[in-house]
Design a protein around this ligand. Structure first.
Ligand code: KG4
Ligand code: ZN
Length: 337
């Protein structure tokens, strides 16, 4: 029952989660169904794009129906459809886009494309009902490491970004080298909790003094070299220590740069977004820094940090003025912020 509320359905298929979320009046969570394909990809050590598209195709209709059931609304009660149309894997995105267009056409519901990265930021609007731009955001995922200044809903200016690997990618690669499997981020987090963060000193990569950009390929190589050297010496690798030391070296840089950017742009609010925002050390450390520097820190609850349809629905709500019969909507794998 919609009770006079505006209902948005959000579809997310950019990587390995087939996800649908439904929100009322933009910020009220009615349903959040995430069908993860992790098990299908684990045996290959990472996401296989072709497989991801096929699995989305198999699952997406069921996920849509499950979300409608959970929200206790029918398709006839949906006012707006939002779909992540980039960035992401092209075949995977196309499944979501085609599904959204089909529902939109059949039921004559306006549709709008959502930038997946704006979706990640929007996860915060669901968790903090009063939060609104402007703010500084740190977006950390498997494909992104960006500091962005968000001056309006769904508008962001990149202040700094990675010049090579994304931080999530670095976590995943280091985890793979240590045999932790895929996805590595959560496994590294678990190991790091048991480790000594000062056990190994990995060089912190800040690049030039005046840049907010990042580089994570060097630290990944440092870890691989360390592991190979230790193995050559016949030493056993202390996985928790490596995980904790690597986490410390990467997180220190992203936190310091984000705090500096917030100060330079006179922003009191820092918003975290993306899968890596689930990292327990990052969450704990940035909250401490927020207190020290008198900044308000916003971090979505864990389940809304990773890919989900709710964040897409919320972001779509704030772009509803662009919604309509957008049947030429296409998947854009390299869509920028
Ligand atoms: O945002 P997301 O779900 O998908 C993308 O848009 O990329 O982010 C996935 C990334 C992966 O690299 C995963 O290993 C990382 O987020 N991740 C973590 C943690 N949980 C997920 N990295 C570090 N610590 C975590 N607890
Ligand atoms: Zn994502």
């Amino acid at each position: 029952m919609k009770d006079g509320k505006h209902i948005t359905l959000g579809i997310e298929t950019s990587c390995d989660e087939s996800a649908v979320g439904i929100v009322a009046d933009g910020r009220e969570e009615l349903a959040n169904i995430v069908f993860s394909q992790i098990e299908d990809h684990t045996k290959f050590g990472g996401v296989v794009p072709e497989l991801a598209s096929r699995k989305h195709l198999e699952n997406i209709n069921d996920v849509v129906y499950e979300a409608l059931n959970k929200a206790e609304v029918t398709l006839d009660e949906i006012d707006l459809i939002g779909v992540a149309n980039g960035p992401g894997l092209v075949g995977a995105l196309l499944v979501g886009v085609a599904t959204a267009k089909a529902i939109s056409f059949a039921k004559q519901i306006p549709i709008v494309g959502v930038n997946h990265m704006h979706g990640h930021i929007a996860a915060n609007y669901l968790c903090y009902k009063k939060l609104q731009p402007p703010f500084m955001a740190l977006v950390v995922s498997g494909g992104h490491t960006n500091i962005v200044f968000v001056d309006e809903y769904n508008k962001a200016k990149t202040i700094g970004e990675t010049r090579d690997d994304a931080i999530g990618e670095a976590f995943d690669k280091v985890a793979r080298v240590m045999g932790l499997g895929y996805p590595g981020g959560p496994k590294m987090d678990k190991e790091a909790k048991r480790g000594n963060k000062d056990a190994i000193h990995f060089k912190r990569v800040y690049l030039e003094n005046d840049t907010y950009d990042f580089s994570f390929s060097g630290i990944k190589t440092q870890v691989i070299n360390y592991i190979n050297n230790e193995k050559q010496k016949g030493h056993k690798i202390n996985v928790p220590d490596v995980a904790a030391s690597f986490t410390e070296a990467t997180i220190e840089v992203i936190i310091n740069k984000t705090i500096k950017a917030a100060k330079e742009y006179n922003q009191k609010k820092i918003v975290l977004a993306g899968g890596v925002a689930q990292n327990s050390r990052l969450r704990e450390w940035i909250l401490e820094e927020g207190k020290k520097n008198n900044l308000d820190i916003y971090i979505p609850k864990g389940e809304l940090c990773g890919d989900n349809g709710l964040m897409i629905a919320c972001s779509a709500y704030y772009s509803k003025s662009s919604a309509g019969k957008n049947y030429d909507l296409d998947a854009i794998p390299g869509l920028l912020f």
